[in-house]
Ligand binder design. Structure first.
Ligand code: SAM
Length: 296
């Protein structure tokens, strides 16, 4: 991976999440993070590396699961997100959690990780933010103990449709937006990069929206062939979708006057490709979760 692109991705993420940090937890992420912790099947005394830990939504439930004999090391690039995570320390009795500001694409340069390995590594809702996820996963897997678990996830290609459409537009116009969801088209795309990191992999599809206030993981597991429909949009919704997102920070390169009209035209074409014969655009509520295990 070129060092320059890694720095660019990390600074983009920092900008994006520093701004989002104060309201980040008002979302579906807390429940999804608890699912990730359940997939990790943590045991008392285990040591966990929580990559892209953000506000600590995985780190704290993980620290509870591993208890005082275990530990959680959280790493994130955004000082804003980490400040939220640190602030939670005072309202929890968690002396087994440490947070560090660093890029998760460059763990080998962290002195704090030198010579360390972990029973479980988690990376929730962040793999699709990385430009070179396969390379990152290989590095992460080197920090797993034999038999250790690595849990991460990728967006279903029919979820987050407007953002995914902007990704296509950005790439086509040579102005890429800072997300890489379109590289995950099917469960096997996540499986193959995790296997490429030397892991035995199981992939699940889980719902991200609330299901009747339920908490148990089983209620959120979905059928790959029949995923939950989040909403039916119309082919005519393209302009509204475009207008709602184009002026956000991530789309700045597409929003400039000499790009904007071209971007809108392409967005409408790409959005239309998502529609069925009746002009309906089906949005799925789903996230692929990969549960990888390193051989003993
Ligand atoms: C959607 S949040 C997920 C946070 C947390 N894992 C959760 O489940 O709530 C994505 C996080 O990835 C972090 N991130 C993105 N790229 C990163 C990088 N290269 N190094 C470290 N953190 C990164 C962002 O700062 C942000 O906190």
């Amino acid at each position: 991976m070129a060092a320059t692109s890694a720095r660019h991705q990390a600074s983009d993420a920092q900008n994006l999440y520093d701004n989002r940090a104060p309201v980040y937890d008002d979302s579906w992420h807390p429940r999804f993070a608890r699912h990730i912790v359940k997939f990790a099947q943590l045991q008392p005394g285990e040591h966990v590396l929580d990559l892209a830990c953000g506000t600590g939504l995985v780190s704290y439930p993980a620290s509870k699961a591993v208890g005082p004999e275990g530990s959680v090391t959280g790493i994130d690039i955004s000082s804003g997100m980490l400040a939220q995570a640190e602030a939670k320390k005072s309202s929890h009795s968690h002396s087994n959690v440490e947070f560090y500001q660093h890029s998760i694409t460059d763990l080998d340069s962290m002195p704090e990780l030198k010579g360390k390995t972990f029973d479980a590594i988690t990376c929730a809702s962040a793999l699709v933010l990385l430009e070179h996820p396969a390379e990152a996963l290989k590095q992460w897997a080197s920090y797993l103990k034999p038999g250790g678990r690595l849990i991460t996830d990728a967006t279903h290609p029919r979820s987050q449709l407007a953002l995914i459409t902007f990704e296509r537009v950005g790439r086509a116009l040579g102005k890429p937006v800072p997300f890489y969801r379109i590289d995950f088209q099917k469960p096997d795309d996540l499986r193959s990069i995790m296997e490429g990191a030397g892991l035995q992999v199981d992939v699940k599809l889980i719902s991200q929206l609330d299901i009747d206030g339920k908490e148990d993981l089983e209620s959120y597991l979905e059928d790959f062939n029949n995923p939950r429909i989040e909403r039916l949009y119309s082919v005519d919704d393209a302009d509204e979708k475009f207008d709602r997102i184009i002026d956000t920070w991530s789309m700045a390169d597409l929003a400039v006057p000499d790009m904007r009209q071209q971007a809108r035209k392409l967005f409408k074409e790409e959005w239309a490709k998502l529609a069925d014969a009746d002009g309906k655009v089906k949005a799925v509520d789903g996230v692929f979760v990969g549960i990888g295990r390193k051989a003993q």
